[in-house]
Design a protein around this ligand. Structure first.
Ligand SMILES: Cc1cc2nc3c(=O)[nH]c(=O)nc-3n(C[C@H](O)[C@H](O)[C@H](O)COP(=O)(O)OP(=O)(O)OC[C@H]3O[C@@H](n4cnc5c(N)ncnc54)[C@H](O)[C@@H]3O)c2cc1C
Length: 426
């Protein structure tokens, strides 16, 4: 079969790998000039490693991703350092990456609240009944079972940070999946995620997969028993097509889809993301903290501060310290239209809260990355709203971050859904 895949992200490349191995003729169309999609990175001339445009790491439970890397023979390139994640409480940050540290965290006191926090965490780790949990909001469930205090201190800031105006509407299965599938050890690939993506693309090329970079697909139509892909100034026929873009883009590419499928795509909600990366002359966190969870009510202009070089060594970046300041936002939020300089003006005052000695002249260079499609928003009974991978148009398949539910989006689940789609297409 002649198969086209739209998108050379981790999902599209994983599908291409399986389809090519099964003997099909596979072409990937990628509108960007590079592979890797949302997990892609970039490199300055004096860096040996790439930095992800949006902070990325793997969990030890990311079996699909780690399994694929093993199949490809690159498991020795995966590193699992133990960086420090910290929580905010009354102007200070406390490590929060183990049971002992959670017990010592003063934000929840040392009485009943901490016990409830522990039991709720344990229950969510042990249960597999996410279908019952998607019938109730995380807001209501946590208030009831973890209690108001624990909810407001721990879970509400997380929900507000991720989902902004939708924070009360997100279902409890999302929170369950997050707690269930995460570990404190965090992993990366030697050279960064971009190096993995480049190696993977090179392997696919050697296997005979054609990767057409810089070709944005404009439409997909079924005509005379084939699927016609228009893009890059030409039309090409294929027997089967897999699209791995956002649901919105999918709807634009394939207006011939039946109305109820299109409506399903367009009704899915998601958040965008704006992430600033700074290279600094000096370390920002004197304590060597990697990930700062920040409560928005405390007036921070972003949700997370991540000092990447407290996770991987600064030696890979010519001694530069790499810091991310990022936020999940509704598309249309003013951060999407502010210039990089204006955004920096908004963010700079907050850096002193992480290190009072911080000065503007520590900043060597700034990059800002924005995406409209960063985080699907799962509402009540969300499993009923997931678009089928096999669309009503014969031969046309769709696999995106919005369909990996009940799991939260991530490269692990992009690989899983990409390979699942490939199995269906075979
Ligand atoms: C802020 C942020 C933080 C994240 N953190 C993590 C993390 O720590 N760990 C983790 O594992 N995951 C993380 N993720 C999620 C992860 O990046 C995604 O789940 C994964 O990369 C999705 O892969 P994909 O192949 O499904 O889609 P994508 O990576 O979005 O790939 C789709 C591809 O399609 C291309 N495309 C779009 N339109 C067209 C067109 N018309 N024609 C041709 N090509 C087109 C795009 O350019 C893109 O390359 C994060 C994401 C964000 C936004």
């Amino acid at each position: 079969m002649r198969i086209a895949i739209i998108g050379a992200g981790f999902g599209g490349m994983a599908a291409a790998y399986d389809l090519k191995n099964a003997g099909h003729d596979v072409t990937i169309f990628e509108s960007a000039s590079y592979v890797g999609g949302l997990a892609s990175g970039f490199k300055e001339p004096h860096w040996d490693w790439a930095v992800e445009k949006f902070y990325h790491h793997w969990f030890q439970t990311d079996n699909e991703m780690l399994g694929l890397i093993k199949e490809l023979g690159w498991e020795d390139n995966v590193l699992f350092p133990r960086p420090l994640t910290v929580m905010y409480h009354k102007g200070k940050f406390y490590p929060f990456d183990s049971i002992i540290r959670a017990l010592l965290f003063p934000g929840l006191g040392f009485g009943l609240d901490k016990i409830r926090f522990g039991f709720v965490g344990l229950y969510l780790r042990l249960t597999n009944n996410w279908r019952a949990l998607e019938k109730v909001t995380a807001n209501a469930w946590m208030m009831k079972w973890a209690g108001k205090n624990v909810y407001e201190k721990m879970w509400k800031p997380l929900l507000i940070g991720k989902f902004g105006p939708f924070y009360r509407d997100v279902n409890m299965a999302w929170m369950w999946a997050r707690i269930k599938a995460r570990t404190t050890r965090l992993g990366t690939f030697e050279g960064g995620f971009q190096r993995f993506a480049d190696l993977f693309a090179e392997r696919l090329g050697k296997m005979g997969v054609e990767i057409r970079l810089g070709v944005g697909v404009e439409s997909i139509k079924r005509e005379l028993g084939q699927l016609l892909i228009r893009g890059g100034g030409e039309s090409q026929p294929f027997d089967k097509v897999l699209v791995t873009t956002s649901p919105n883009l999918m709807a634009k590419l394939t207006p011939d889809l039946p109305e109820n499928y299109l409506k399903g795509l367009l009704e899915l909600k998601s958040m965008g993301a704006v992430v600033m990366i700074l290279s600094l002359k000096q370390q920002l966190s004197n304590e060597g903290y990697y990930w700062f969870n920040l409560p928005k009510e405390e007036g921070y202009p972003f949700l997370a501060l991540v000092e990447h070089t407290n996770f991987v060594s600064k030696e890979h970046f010519g001694g530069d310290r790499i810091v991310y300041a990022g936020d999940y936002l509704e598309v249309g939020h003013e951060y999407f239209s502010l210039s990089d300089e204006k955004l920096l003006e908004r963010f700079i005052p907050a850096f002193k809260k992480f290190n009072p000695a911080f000065e503007r002249d520590w900043v060597k260079k700034v990059w800002v990355f924005k995406t409209n499609y960063a985080q699907p928003v799962p509402l009540l009974d969300h499993s009923k709203n997931i678009p089928a991978i096999q669309t009503p148009i014969e031969g046309l398949y769709f696999a995106s971050m919005s369909q990996v539910y009940p799991w939260d989006r991530g490269t692990n689940f992009a690989v899983e859904i990409g390979r699942r789609a490939a199995r269906m297409m075979k």
